[in-house]
Design a binder for this molecule. Sequence first.
Ligand SMILES: Nc1ncnc2c1ncn2[C@@H]1O[C@H](COP(=O)(O)OP(=O)(O)OP(=O)(O)O)[C@@H](O)[C@H]1O
Ligand SMILES: [Mg+2]
Length: 458
Amino acid sequence: METTANQVLIVDDEPEMRSVLSDILKDEGCVVDTANSGEQALAKMQEQDFAVVISDLNMKGMPGMTLLKAIKRLHPETNVIIMTAFGSIESAIEAMKQGAYDYVTKPVKSEEIALTTQKAVREASLRRELLWLRRAVEKEYSFNQILGKSKPMQAVFELIRRITPSPSSVLITGESGTGKELVARAIHYNSPRAQGPFIPINCAAIPENLLESEMFGHMRGAFTDAKADKKGLFEEAQGGTLFLDEISEMPLSLQAKLLRVLQEKEIRRVGGTRSIPVDARVIAATNLDLAGEVKAKQFREDLYYRLNVIEVHMPALRERTEDIPLLALHFVKKYAEPMKKPVTGLTEGALALLMDYAWPGNVRELENVIERGVTLTRGEKIASEDLPQAVRGDSGDRHMIEEGAEKTRTLAEVERAYILRILEKTAGNKYQAAQILGIDRKTLYRKLDEIEKQRTKS
Ligand SMILES: Nc1ncnc2c1ncn2[C@@H]1O[C@H](COP(=O)(O)OP(=O)(O)OP(=O)(O)O)[C@@H](O)[C@H]1O
Ligand SMILES: [Mg+2]
């Protein structure tokens, strides 16, 4: 679509009017085109981008008001100036309500229409330039919907570009919410397998006894509920990519079977005897330190090396705070548009709080905070008071300790409240909660068991 900043379209069913207006606006340096009806105007707008449309309200065929509504829906970037008959102020008001940029009354005075058009052109081109700039920024600072301008993220993009052509296994590591699944998809959709399927399995979400048949399929009668033969996800991923999410949660027995499949590139369905060749690239992800799990004998060392041919580590958001404004604005746009709220950004104060916060839930948490902010704010910018307590500062925690002292709570009571508070903060993520609390996961589980017992007792 061709675009010049000062393209103007004149819509009127009177030839005389079209030619008079054309002359005036050409003298003003506009590039002018004309249409004799709303229908013709919309057809021309499909071929060509206009900064401004000037339209009569009363025309044969499509009424000017209908044209205005169609333009606002199909080409919201275009400014529309309406011409109304002298004395019909109601229709002018209605046009402004429907999103017209301005109106002029007939008979049209040449200086008035020239001035109004100039203003509308300038405003439209400014808006378009901003839009263009924003797109350029997002393009440079993003890789397939993954945004990031920081050095560590640019390094991730570079690594993804290098590894996509190869069939090697990839292990994606990083805290919860850092974008591991986004990366897995980006690798797949940029690889030679892009036309093949991308099949995710969340190893933590599928009960242990079902995981094997989910992955490898089963034969009829292999177990009580196996009423028919069933393909597993490995077979579904044929020619594509299998994404094994939360790989650390895979039971040890199944780890051995997975290792064999990766080595031999064939599977056997549960209850089956035939080997079926499979060709699927495997990408695994974990938010645990898998090497640590290997040391603790929770994860097979040989499988670890098999999966970890290439490691992509996703940096935590607090290690790349320069990405926060970019991501925050991206999410403002993402949520403001469907909610139809005129929110365009954040106040300086709110942004400063976002930059200061530790983001245990990383980008996912930032996205939730912004969605909440867009919902709550009454202004054009999300302000500090639209942010949750956790982001606004630690005064909440301090408050809790002071309150504990005042009510002479026992240490155990304060500990219990603090653990529950941190769990709330991490949205129930126990790995992160344990990290923040500075205890290992097993200790956290034990303490949670105790809390549960206390609760059922009282
Ligand atoms: N760099 C990024 N740019 C844009 N959106 C992002 C980015 N990183 C994460 N997100 C968004 O944050 C959310 C969480 O991302 P994703 O599910 O990929 O994280 P994850 O690392 O797999 O988390 P978990 O370990 O909890 O499964 C998604 O909605 C994703 O679109
Ligand atoms: Mg994930």
